[in-house]
Design a binder for this molecule. Structure first.
Ligand SMILES: Cc1ncc(COP(=O)(O)O)c(C=O)c1O
Length: 422
């Protein structure tokens, strides 16, 4: 039924429609479901005590300024701390290269505001982070997908895609959301060289790079780009805009993230942010600084890695034990997700409907492809369920896939929806 509001909404809302998958995922929030669907960090690793202490200290010692409006680019000591912390990962920058955003999600939106005209093409990995597509759909972006394999974006296919004249390349080199895969060094170099040759900037989204459970840290694209240009100065002026966040290394409820970019891009993003929210919550920035200064972040990251490594291993072990023939999955070296491919003839959105009946959930892979595809794929999150629940959930999913494989129906049209969905 038409409501009196219908004709008032802006055209851009047409690109923000609700999807079957989003409707289905609402059911995964019920507490009796073992959900591998969200991208949530484990609440047991939130440093609650440290936050309690820091809040008290900030209020006692800096109360009035912590509760006041702040600058749009962010609290300087926090930006300085980020510049110091980044250096540990080889990112050599000054606070002029850094701005604070209300989550990396806001940074993606601000990039849309400053770069994307309706119809502009963005080169993305297929599959890619759904939140970026949601942010940029509002600005009328179109997508040039580049296929990926177990080593991430297939850079050999990049040159052809670059001929479409994209505004920028969006890439998640470490433990990608949704696939969990990592782009190796040679492909990173190829990416930088091609982007430079075609004069196309790179947006590197890296929420998970610090959460590595095995293997050697690989230099970020921003670091490689800096070296490629032979820059000896410390203020970065290269071709990459780098995003990272406190969501996965401290707590997502803070809504605190940062952008590293050439100062002129930072200035434009700051202008755009003024119109969005003036600045990120001052109090949260003071508290994050208080918690993070003095080396706590490094210690805390070690703890998170321990907890998530175990969960990843439990999930990989359970997949080995319970998933039937004809299925396959990635082996992420870090991050929060792995990517499953199920039997060719199955459609994972249909499988999700049945899985919800058995109280287990995942995200169908299809949602992460900007132009469709991936019907028989799924994203599985391993950070937010206990090891016992991971084993049980994968057991249930494996049994379901086994049964569906045996029944060998070409399609599951007419499969029973949970009553509420239907
Ligand atoms: C690839 C990627 N980018 C950005 C975000 C948004 O993070 P934030 O909580 O900082 O907004 C996420 C969150 O899961 C993500 O996976």
């Amino acid at each position: 039924m038409q409501t009196p509001w219908e004709h008032r909404y802006a055209n851009r809302l047409k690109n923000m429609g609700s999807s079957v998958i989003r409707e289905l995922l609402k059911f995964t929030e019920s507490p009796d479901i073992i959900s591998f669907a969200g991208g949530l960090p484990a609440p047991d690793v939130f440093p609650v005590e440290e936050f309690a202490e820091a809040c008290n200290k900030v209020l006692k010692e800096q109360g009035p300024s912590a509760l006041q409006y702040g600058t749009t680019d962010g609290y300087l000591p926090l930006r300085e701390m980020i510049a110091r912390h980044s250096l540990r990962y080889g990112i050599n920058i000054t606070p002029d290269n850094v701005m604070i955003t209300s989550g990396s999600q806001q940074a993606l939106d601000l990039l849309g505001r400053i770069f994307i005209n309706r119809g502009d093409r963005i080169l993305v990995e297929a599959p890619t982070y759904l939140g970026a597509l949601q942010a940029w759909n509002a600005y009328g972006a179109e997508y040039v997908p580049v296929p990926s394999d177990k080593n991430g974006m297939i850079t050999d296919a990049l040159e052809e895609a670059l001929r479409y004249g994209p505004k920028f390349i969006y890439v998640l080199p470490n433990f990608q959301n949704p696939t969990g895969v990592t782009i190796p060094l040679e492909r990173r170099m190829q990416l930088i060289e091609l982007a430079d040759r075609y004069g196309v900037p790179i947006v590197e989204d890296d929420p998970y790079g610090q959460l590595r459970y095995e293997g050697e840290h690989l230099p970020s694209v921003v670091v490689l780009d800096d070296h490629y240009r032979g820059n000896s100065h410390t203020t970065y002026h290269g071709n990459v805009i780098y995003l990272s966040t406190f969501s996965k290394i401290l707590a997502p409820g803070l809504r605190l993230a940062w952008v590293v970019a050439p100062p002129e891009v930072i200035r434009k993003m700051v202008m755009a942010k003024q119109g969005a929210d003036l600045h990120t919550a001052t109090f949260n920035q003071y508290v994050a600084y208080e918690v993070g200064k003095g080396g706590f972040l490094d210690r805390h990251i070690l703890k998170i890695r321990r907890v998530y490594r175990e969960r990843r291993d439990v999930m990989l072990g359970a997949l080995d034990s319970y998933f039937p023939a004809g299925t396959d999955w990635t082996h992420p070296e870090g991050g929060l997700f792995l990517w499953g491919t199920i039997q060719e003839h199955l459609n994972s959105t249909d499988v999700l409907k049945l899985a919800i009946e058995r109280k287990v959930a995942f995200v169908p892979g299809e949602s992460f492809f900007p132009l469709g595809g991936g019907k028989n794929t799924m994203r599985l999150n391993f950070s937010n369920a206990s090891p016992e629940n991971i084993r049980e959930g994968i057991f249930r999913l494996g049994k379901l896939l086994q049964e569906l494989g045996e029944s060998d129906k070409p399609k599951m049209a007419g499969s029973t929806l949970p009553a509420v969905v239907a």
